[in-house]
Design a protein around this ligand. Sequence first.
Ligand code: AMP
Length: 150
Amino acid sequence: MHHYQTVLVAVDFSQHSEKAIARAKQLAAMYEAELQLLHVIEEPMYPIYDDISLSATPNAWFPDMLENLQKAATEKLTHLAETNQIPATSCHTLTGFPKTQIVDYANQIQADLIVMGRHGMSFFDKLIGSTTDSVLHQAQCDVMAVTLDS
Ligand code: AMP
């Protein structure tokens, strides 16, 4: 039987990902595996002119914005970890596209299981394929998509 050693949970602060944390905690305890939490900060998109274009680099306009987002996300993730009795040292935040960052980070830490919510907070993404769907296709390790009802 395979014993998972490193379990990565992708957290977007939705109810779904909180459920994923609970499930991953159970599995990590069962396998005595290391548990890691990852949140990916998506750079906000801004309209440059009405209906014309979108900019993914608001940093040029608001230099502190990304820094503030990173600080707020780190605090929120650490708090969520604490409420689940998970050490702050297991929390990581990255910036970029969640679907690629989750897979890259899983490879980097040699995770053998990624646990995520079947759904999340995103709305627009549903039209072009969800984060979970993409990670399921791209990941080099097992992926568990947790439902709210399970
Ligand atoms: P989605 O596919 O966007 O509906 O989200 C499904 C799941 O993907 C969530 O429950 C999370 O586990 C994960 N996820 C989505 N966005 C992020 C993010 N920005 N950072 C980390 N995990 C995410």
